[in-house]
Design a protein around this ligand. Structure first.
Ligand SMILES: C[S@@+](CC[C@H](N)C(=O)[O-])C[C@H]1O[C@@H](n2cnc3c(N)ncnc32)[C@H](O)[C@@H]1O
Length: 344
């Protein structure tokens, strides 16, 4: 038996009030609070997702839930569950087909002679007993062997739930990180994410310089996209690829090799040094870049509470050689931002 709940906004009976009627999502993403804005930005700017016409619904109370309204939510979820980047930063993706204030309405989703076996996914876990008590007795639940998944999210005094048939050829809800493409190192994801969200297209015969390339995550990403890459780093690379040439030197000592290899269409720089020192190096390399060449550079947050000042400083320095400078806080950025712009 479900008791009515007091609405947290109007303090009236949440079963009759309409305070949260505008918060009806088709997909709910569970994530860490600090990543919510970045995940929203990722979804909104990812060109691969335009066909889903998605909108992020602004929510206040639930810092760990991202409410999304999108067309074809089942297909969108399928896509997201196979998106390595997205999966890495989310704790759960829920489909919402029905939203109701009355938990008892969940019973309407099952037929009297239901022969399916269901796995239950629920947020928050504190609602487990209530939900299980409401599911009709003839419905079989099994967390391991199941044909369908029931997902229930309780938020804003409402139950959002969806039922999805499991596709065994393309398992949903079961993407394990270990099954994903092996990468050289985690830094790989920064460049991969940048290419996705900024829709960077690799064109034939493109040439890149990767400054601070070891152990080779970024270079391997570039090479697998068909980009000939000069990887500059005194450290060793953990990969070999016919499109990667490694100069095992500090970039300051590699002028001859850089000159021979250039002119570059792309300059990426992920050196672990103070941002103003990186900026100086990127300024010196500018003469080996073609006009309009793309610069992608990591700006480390070296000084506490000084990050805005530092971005402004780096921006100011780079302006002599680069234009259209912007920064992006990628999901994959930890205590750093990604700065990008174009050679004048
Ligand atoms: C965070 S790692 C780069 C990771 C790389 N993006 C990847 O995907 O594998 C930073 C690298 O910057 C390199 N580095 C630092 N100072 C450098 C310099 N003066 N010239 C070239 N590389 C430098 C370090 O050797 C280190 O391998």
């Amino acid at each position: 038996m479900t008791m009515s709940v007091v609405c947290s906004r109007c303090k009236g009976d949440s079963e009759v009030c309409s305070c949260y009627d505008h918060l009806i999502p088709t997909v709910i993403v569970q994530c860490m609070h600090r990543l919510k804005a970045r995940l929203a930005h990722y979804l909104e700017t990812n060109q691969n997702l335009t066909e889903y016409h998605l909108t992020i619904i602004p929510t206040l109370q639930y810092g760990d839930l991202l409410f999304v309204r999108a067309e074809n939510s089942a297909e969108l979820i399928d896509y997201l569950l196979h998106d390595e980047l997205f999966v890495r930063f989310t704790a759960g993706i829920y489909r919402c087909q029905y939203t109701t204030k009355m938990l008892s309405n969940i019973t309407l989703q099952f037929s009297e002679n239901d022969t399916n076996t269901y796995r239950l996914q629920l947020f928050p876990k504190s609602k487990l007993e209530d939900v299980i008590d409401t599911i009709p007795e003839n419905v079989t639940l099994d967390p391991k062997k199941y044909t369908h998944i029931i997902q229930v999210v309780y938020a804003y005094n409402r139950y959002h739930f969806g039922i999805t048939k499991v596709n065994n050829d393309r398992p949903m809800f079961n993407v394990l990180f270990s099954e994903l493409e092996e990468v050289v190192c985690r830094a790989y994801y920064k460049l991969a994410e940048f290419f996705i969200v900024e829709s960077v297209q690799a064109t034939p015969n493109m040439k890149a310089i990767d400054i601070g390339a070891a152990p080779g995550g970024w270079s391997s990403y570039l090479a697998t996209r068909g980009i000939r890459t000069l990887a500059v780093d005194p450290g060793a690379l953990r990969i070999e690829h016919e499109l990667i040439t490694h100069v095992q030197k500090r970039v300051e000592d590699a002028t001859e090799e850089i000159e021979q290899f250039g002119q570059f269409d792309l300059c990426v720089c992920d050196m672990n040094m103070h941002p103003t020192e990186s900026a100086e190096i990127v300024l010196k390399v500018a003469k080996y870049l073609k006009p309009n060449a793309l610069l992608v550079m990591t700006v480390k947050e070296c000084e506490k509470n000084q990050k805005n000042k530092m971005y402004a400083q780096v921006n100011e320095m780079l302006r002599d050689e680069y234009t259209d400078l912007k920064e992006r806080h990628l999901l994959s950025n930890k205590r750093e931002r990604t700065l990008y712009g174009y050679k004048k």
